[in-house]
Write a protein that binds this ligand. Structure first.
Ligand code: PHE
Ligand code: NA
Length: 455
């Protein structure tokens, strides 16, 4: 196995490993993206397709991806090269790592823009900006926040800097410290807001919107979006989990961690959806409002509830933290790759890649104002194109390749040393999913979308 030039750190405990991986998974995908794409795609049927993808495809790929990182003991590109060599497979498998490193930077480039907006809202809330706000005022606030590229760009820059400050410090002093500080509390606030949602009078409508399925309305494009989101929300298909897997120690359980990640991530997405749709219906808003949904609904709730100033500020702070613990994991594959090549220090690698990603992010900043209607691909502006390219294409493709390698190319005995299933039946299911269900599902969904002209 080719050695990397710098030594690879190890998580300080199984618990920290789980928290870091949950921190990566739980982010804007759950709180911002899931509610608005569910709203755009009509709710129920879309949500069920998404849940099916999480269980049938997501969990097995997650286990496989962390395990491949653990086996390759390096950044995703080097790890796949190591895995290929160890299993006498083609070196082209390193391409899987490259796809992931690039996808990570592209996602980060728009992730920091949205997270920056959440940061702006945190400050707004602290200043009492949501007080007694109604639906029209909330929409006006959102429009004015995104109207200026300078304002949006400023918050994008601040959030990017925060991300770089953590990543530059490395795994133990940076990632772990940040995770330990940020993760606790998120669930608590979500539960408080869930309590508020049950009292809006529209909770029932919100539940039925999210779970009553009308499959006749479901398009193949919606299926593609649901599948892509399953990858996005679990942070799989791009090497984040591979990079985190490389830091897994000898006695840590990958299967246990993966189950935690899936359960926490799914719960938080559903709770966030219920909260937001309760507010949407209580205020007669449109569930299909697009990327602004979170920012146009929650301020109404905070403006009206008792203690809204406090809960509103806390909530947006927690969105920021959830996003930050994901943003660092988007940068980690690329930074660990550049660092482990040996020419640059960790700090230099972080600054170089951060600057590049920041620059790409300006395209997304402009997609909310001056370039909103400048279409790059289909009727998609720069932001929508980046989102589509990564979530709907690069992540499913990466996941497919991970599944193929883990199921067909990886020698069984070598795999078993790392994955360690507690019983054979479960291992059999894992194998079936990776061998048949994942490739069939991903290629099938791609094919339908191509045939129907939505790609
Ligand atoms: N899973 C994160 C979220 O839901 C986003 C993410 C994707 C993070 C891929 C890392 C890698 O917000
Ligand atoms: Na997520």
């Amino acid at each position: 196995m080719a050695q990397t030039k710098v030594s690879i750190p190890v998580w300080s405990s199984q618990w920290v490993f789980i928290m870091a991986a949950v921190g990566s998974a739980v982010g804007l995908g759950n709180i911002w993206k899931f509610p608005y794409i569910a709203g755009d795609n009509g709710g129920g049927a879309f949500v069920l397709v998404y849940l099916a993808c999480i269980v049938l495809i997501g969990l097995p790929i997650l286990i496989a991806e962390i395990s491949l990182g653990r086996a390759g003991k390096a950044n995703p590109i080097q790890a796949m090269l190591n895995n290929a060599l160890a299993n006498k497979a083609s070196k082209a498998w390193a391409g899987l790592g490259i796809n992931g490193v690039v996808a990570g930077l592209l996602i980060l480039s728009f992730y920091t823009v949205i997270a920056g907006l959440a940061l702006a809202y945190f400050v707004k809330s602290l200043q009492g900006g949501f007080l007694a706000m109604d639906a029209n005022e909330a929409q006006a606030l959102f429009s004015s926040e995104v109207a200026s590229p300078w304002v949006l760009g400023f918050w994008h820059s601040v959030f990017m800097l925060l991300t770089l400050l953590i990543v530059a410090r490395g795994v133990r002093a940076g990632l772990e410290k940040a995770i330990n500080l940020m993760m606790p509390g998120l669930l608590m606030i979500l539960l408080i807001l869930l309590g508020y949602a049950t009292m809006t009078g529209s909770f029932g409508q919100s539940v039925s919107f999210m779970f009553r399925a009308d499959f006749s309305q479901l398009t193949w494009n919606a299926v593609l979006v649901a599948m892509g989101h399953a990858f996005f929300t679990l942070s799989i298909g791009l090497g984040t989990m591979m990079a985190y897997g490389a830091y897994v120690g000898r006695n840590m359980s990958i299967v246990q961690a993966s189950v935690w990640i899936v359960v926490m991530d799914t719960l938080i997405a559903i709770i966030a959806g219920l909260i937001i749709f309760s507010i949407v219906f209580a205020n007669a808003l449109e569930p299909g409002a697009g990327p602004g949904l979170l920012f146009q609904t929650l301020p109404i709730a905070f403006g009206q509830m008792a203690g809204g100033w406090f809960f509103g500020s806390l909530f947006f702070l927690l969105v920021v933290m959830a996003a930050l613990s994901s943003a660092i994991s988007l940068l980690e594959p690329a930074v660990s790759w550049l660092e482990q090549r040996g020419r640059y220090s960790r700090v230099q690698a972080t600054v170089l890649l951060g600057a590049l990603t920041w620059f790409i992010g300006l395209g997304t900043v402009l997609s909310f104002n001056y370039w909103e209607n400048i279409y790059v691909f289909g009727e998609r502006n720069i932001f929508a194109t980046l989102d589509f390219l990564t979530s709907s294409l690069m992540l499913p493709l990466g996941g497919l390749l991970i599944a193929v390698f883990a199921a067909w190319t990886w020698q069984k005995s070598k795999r078993a040393e790392i994955v360690r299933f507690s019983n054979q039946f479960v291992e059999r299911l894992f194998d079936i999913s990776l061998r048949y269900i994942t490739p069939f599902a991903v290629l099938g969904v791609f094919a339908f979308n191509l045939a129907l002209g939505w790609m």
